[in-house]
Ligand binder design. Structure first.
Ligand code: SF4
Length: 312
C-alpha cells in the first residue's frame, strides 16, 4: 500500500529540502519507488495549485486521505507573544496546522535541527521551538508525552541540514515497520550514536595533540579552531556527504549542528579554552586524566606528524 508523505515547511531556510534533493544512494526517485511513497505535498516540489493544496490538507485533516508520515522542516514559530503570527498559512498560524496534522499522522519526522530543537530562533522574539523539544528541554509544539498514531514520539533527524541518507533511512524503516532505536533526544541511534570525531582523518593529530592554529594546516581543530567533533553525535565522518567529504575533511571545524544547543551564541571558529585546554572536553572524559594524558601525548608526538601538519 502506498505510503503517503506530507512535507511541511515552517520557520527555516529550506536547507533540509536542498539536502534531500542531493540524496544519491538512493536518490529520491529510487527511494519513493522502493517504499511505494506518494508525496501528498511539498511546498517547492509539488505542482498543486493553492486551492488544490488547501483541499488536500482538508482531506488529510478530515481523515479521508491517510497521512503516513508528516515531515516538518524548520522551527515552530510561537512569536510574537505565543500567537505564532510571525509564520502564517492560509490565515492560521503554521504551528496550529502542524499540531492538527501531527494528531492524524501515523509518524512525525523532524527534518533538521530547527524542527527538532528550535535552532536559530530559539530564545528570541521569534520564540522558535522544536516539535517535541525546545533546545535540550522536553516539550515543544507537542508535549513530551506525545506519541503519534504509530506509537512513536517525533523522530528527530537533526542536522543543519539533515543528512539525506539519515532521512532516507528513517523513511524506509517507517515504511517497512522496522524498529528504530532512539537516543535521549529521540534521534535514531544508528545515525547519531557515534561522534563526528570517530572516522575523522585528523584523529592522529588529536591523539598527539598536534593542533591547528591557522586554517589550511592539517592539525586537529579541537584545541583552538572550534571543532565540536568529540562532543557531537552524528555520522558525518562515517557516511560522508556527497559520498566524499565532511566538514573536518575539508578543513572546517564541526559546529555541533546536530546537538540541541546548536547554534551556540559563541564564535564558530574558536575554542573556548583555559591555558590551551578546551573548556568542553571530549564526551565522557575526566578533566584531570585528560590534562595528564594530553601533556604526555603532545611530548610524544612523532616528527612525521609535526612536519605533515604544516603541509596543505
Ligand atoms: S578535527 Fe575535530 S573531529 Fe577531527 S580529530 Fe580533531 S577534534 Fe576530532
Amino acid at each position: 500500500m502506498a505510503v503517503n508523505i506530507l512535507w511541511m515547511q515552517s520557520g527555516g531556510c529550506g536547507g533540509d529540502t536542498m539536502s534531500f534533493l542531493c540524496a544519491d544512494d538512493p536518490g529520491i526517485d529510487e527511494l519513493f519507488a522502493a517504499i511505494d511513497g506518494r508525496l501528498l505535498w511539498h511546498p517547492s516540489l509539488s505542482p498543486l495549485s493553492p486551492d488544490e493544496a488547501r483541499a488536500m490538507l482538508a482531506s488529510v485533516l478530515a481523515e479521508e486521505t491517510p497521512l503516513d508520515v508528516l515531515v516538518v522542516e524548520g522551527a515552530i514559530v510561537f512569536g510574537p507573544n505565543g500567537t505564532g503570527a510571525f509564520d502564517m498559512k492560509g490565515g492560521r498560524p503554521k504551528k496550529d496546522w502542524l499540531a492538527d496534522l501531527a494528531r492524524v499522522a501515523r509518524y512525525v519526522v523532524a527534518a533538521g535541527t530547527c524542527a527538532a530543537f528550535g535552532g536559530f530562533g530559539r530564545g528570541d522574539e521569534i520564540d522558535a521551538r522544536g516539535l517535541q523539544f525546545t533546545g535540550a528541554a522536553p516539550g515543544g509544539l507537542l508535549p513530551a508525552g506525545f506519541r503519534s498514531r504509530g506509537g512513536l514520539p517525533v523522530l528527530n533527524l537533526s542536522g543543519c541540514p539533515v543528512h539525506p541518507a539519515a532521512l532516507s533511512s528513517a523513511l524506509t524503516s517507517l515504511a517497512y515497520g522496522a524498529p528504530i532505536e532512539l537516543d535521549n533526544f529521540q534521534r535514531p541511534a544508528d545515525w547519531y550514536g557515534t561522534l563526528v570525531h570517530q572516522g575523522c582523518t585528523r584523529n592522529e593529530y588529536h591523539e598527539f595533540r598536534v593542533e591547528e592554529r591557522e586554517f589550511g594546516q592539517n592539525g586537529c581543530l579541537f584545541f583552538y579552531m572550534g571543532c565540536h567533533g568529540p562532543v557531537t553525535g552524528a555520522s558525518c565522518n562515517k557516511t560522508l556527504w556527497n559520498e566524499r567529504s565532511s566538514k573536518t575533511r575539508a578543513g572546517v571545524p564541526c559546529f555541533g549542528c546536530t546537538e540541541p544547543y546548536f547554534p551556540k551564541r559563541a564564535p564558530l571558529f574558536e575554542t573556548k579554552n583555559i591555558e590551551g585546554v578546551p573548556v568542553q572536553l571530549p564526551r565522557g572524559v575526566d578533566r584531570a586524566h585528560y590534562l595528564a594524558y594530553k601533556g604526555m601525548a603532545a611530548a610524544a608526538a612523532p616528527q612525521r606528524l609535526l612536519e605533515r601538519k604544516g603541509k596543505v
